[in-house]
Design a protein around this ligand. Sequence first.
Ligand SMILES: [Ca+2]
Length: 417
Amino acid sequence: MRARSLAIACAAFIGAPAALSQNAPEPPTEAQLELMRQEDQLGLETCGVPRNASDDYRPTPLLADQTRAPRVATETDYEVEVVATGLTHAWGMAFLPNGNMLVTIRGEGLRTVTPDGVVSELIAGTPEIRTPIRLFGMHDVILDKDFDQNRTIYLAYITQVDGGAPNTGYIASARLSEDETSLTDYRILKEGQFTPRRIVQAQDGTLMAVTADIITPYVSAQSLQSAQGKVLRINTDGSIPADNPFVANLVADKSIYAVGFRDTQGMDFHPETGDLWLIENHPRGGDELNRVEPGKNYGFPLISYGRDNDGELLNDGKTQQDGLEQPVYFWNPSIAFSGLAFYTGSAIPEWKNSAFMGGLSGLQLVRVELEDGRVVAEEKLLRDRCERIRDVRMGPDGNLYVLTDAEDGNILRLVAG
Ligand SMILES: [Ca+2]
């Protein structure tokens, strides 16, 4: 078993009988396996690479609806419009009230993009990004819910300041000038040895951030002393909300809201229930969709429906354990997700309240339909474009926007018609 912090108080009944497994479905049928092989072949033919890393590791889910949901196809006609081009490894985007977009550029900082695709200079006052790790840098940007009054934005990024430790994580706030060319009132809300990926703001105003535990042997995700591999929750001034679940734990990082994630690069609140949903990447297979509740443990690396990068089993291939949450849904092989948004528009009726998730190595946009918190259907979109998708957001015009990850990346808009 991999290293675990003694601070974790969850009951860990190794080898406990799988009381819930009576609902376990049969392993994938030959027809389902054939569909997966055909998809990989299609990826090879269309894009020159498989859409997913081929992998025959297919552990049996605990619940019948946890993977391989029925495939559906959107019937409403829609078009994919290119809004902007020339974005070099952009990571996140947020819509300003005037229709412009704030876009983070991983290696640089922050720019604006107009609705007709004009990309600005770097916004002055953005922190300098210095990191030896190519996949780290400026990650996410969101607006404060009262941006109209306070012009406040929040940033999540990784850099090294003069005299500081390399790969330090930051969550910060700043005010965007009226002319959108500079940041003022820059304030660091949380900094430390963590890898912030995405941030969202809850209805109560608190900021939720997700962090990654991607370094083997994954000693952080289960440790309450580490901010890695967690959902964090802080106030907009950086203080700790009094009702955070581990405030009474003497050794815990008090910002921890939920435990046991490997690498989350997309999360959003469900438009009707208000629940927090996130998409999580496991090393090799086992990417998960989770609904997050405070104080709960989502299990990585103690349980996973995937394997480690080198093909070795994680914790002897354990997929369930008392006290650890099951994913609502998982994918085998991996899609490598980034970006999650619920569709709140009305132009494409069958998309209402669907979760849309970008796929990096999967070169696709995934849509799932939810009923009563369970996945009932899955669709794969944009597969003809062969693009890595980094972020997905709803625009103020009611359309879905997609940010691609490339040297010459795009912003796309999916419009009915
Ligand atoms: Ca999990």
